[in-house]
Design a protein around this ligand. Structure first.
Ligand code: ATP
Length: 361
């Protein structure tokens, strides 16, 4: 993999406000990279420093090995797709896309028309060139904005919450299309999103940001399965947290977990610098199960009482109280054929497995 964008010690102040704090980051050529985090964590600011819309207060932004300090936004090999699309409603689709070429006076009219047609085909809008832009759906407008950004063949496409204005179905469809498009054009995509599911679905790697810093940078599966901090674990998906005591750190990590008792786990299930003492054990709802009548398991069991039931059609979420733990365990169960939905107050047994624990500070 070739590094394309490198940020070293990047800091950004707005007056006294420290919006980016010591960001070190490498993004590779051809990568689908996401900046994920809660509102105000600095992800848009970081994207804008790469685009050149914001200067940095300290540190270096380099693209293709070249320091971008003196390179204005319009001369960087990047192009941005904005949240609000910025489509001109009084122009046709074709004119909107051709707007991306306005500075290319070297291109003849025919050559421009070919590029517009190619860009529209790329986003699945063949034949839409003459359509009035105001007569488009949200999803189609989004495609026009993408075509306009891609027509210049940038090395990097920057996407600032591009799908946030779409409804859920359309958003899911566009997520898949964006992945396909990125694979097809092969350029680097950097996506800003606060939607963890969107980031997990689309990205090769994700940087999770909090308060101007990168909290963790990993591929989606590692982020989900091995969050390195409680903050990351809380932000990505759902997780039950149980207080724990780390008794020994060696070839295995021995711990005493509230409600579950003594367990040993491989050290990979904890941060590298884990020490003995108080900690938290995290366990995802879908790695727990309730044991139904007539089922058996060779995994571990703990008695519980159903405290809450939320039925989702394909899934049922249970809150189950177990002894020694204040907050009930959240458990996600698939509604398989023949499986009843338990009632509140039902006595049950919770199936769990030490392999799915993550130990956090
Ligand atoms: P959101 O998802 O809400 O857009 P974000 O993570 O993209 O959030 P940024 O837009 O990068 O956050 O903003 C980071 C912080 O910097 C915020 O607290 C914001 O108020 C502040 N900020 C952003 N732009 C400016 C500015 N031009 N002047 C002053 N403060 C700013």
């Amino acid at each position: 993999m070739t590094a394309l964008i490198t940020l070293k010690g990047v800091n950004k102040y707005y007056g006294d406000y420290h919006a980016l704090r010591d960001i070190d980051l490498t993004i590779n050529a051809g990568e689908f990279f996401s900046l994920l985090g809660p509102s105000g964590c600095g992800k848009t600011t970081l994207l804008r420093t790469i685009a050149g819309f914001e200067g940095v207060s300290g540190g270096v932004v380099a693209i293709g090995g070249k320091d971008m300090a003196d390179v204005p936004a319009n001369l960087r090999p990047t192009n941005m797709v904005f949240q609000s699309y910025a489509i001109f409603p009084h122009l046709t689709v074709g004119e909107n896309v051709a707007f991306g070429l306005r500075k290319r006076s070297d291109l003849a009219k025919d050559a421009k028309a070919t590029l517009v047609a190619e860009a529209l085909a790329m986003v699945g809008l063949d034949g839409y060139s003459q359509r009035a832009a105001h007569a488009l759906s949200g999803g189609q407008r989004q495609r026009v904005a993408l075509a306009r950004a891609l027509i210049l063949k940038p090395k990097v496409l920057l996407l600032d919450e591009p799908l946030s204005a779409l409804d859920k179905k359309m958003r899911e469809q566009m997520q898949v299309e964006l992945i396909k498009l990125q694979r097809h054009v092969g350029i680097t995509f950097i996506l800003v999103t606060h939607d963890q599911e969107e980031a997990l679905v689309m990205s090769d790697r994700i940087a999770v940001m909090f308060e101007g810093r990168i909290g963790q940078l990993d591929d989606p599966e590692t982020l989900y399965r091995r969050p390195k901090s409680r903050k990351v674990a809380e932000f990505i998906g759902k997780m039950n947290f149980l207080s724990a005591d780390v008794l020994a750190v060696g070839e295995t990590l021995d711990l005493d977990v509230a409600g579950l008792g003594k367990v040993s786990v491989p050290p990979e299930q904890a941060p590298e610098d884990m020490q003995t003492g108080p900690a938290v054990a995290g366990i995802r709802p879908e790695t727990l199960a309730v044991l139904f009548e007539g089922e058996t398991t060779d995994r571990k069991l703990v008695d519980g009482v159903v405290d809450e039931v939320v039925y989702y059609g394909d899934m049922t979420y249970y809150d189950v109280r177990i002894a020694g733990v204040e907050k009930p365990l959240n458990i996600a169960m698939k509604n398989l054929i023949g499986r009843p939905v338990l009632d509140v107050g039902a006595r049950t047994r919770v199936v769990w497995d030490a392999r799915s624990l993550v130990v956090l500070r």
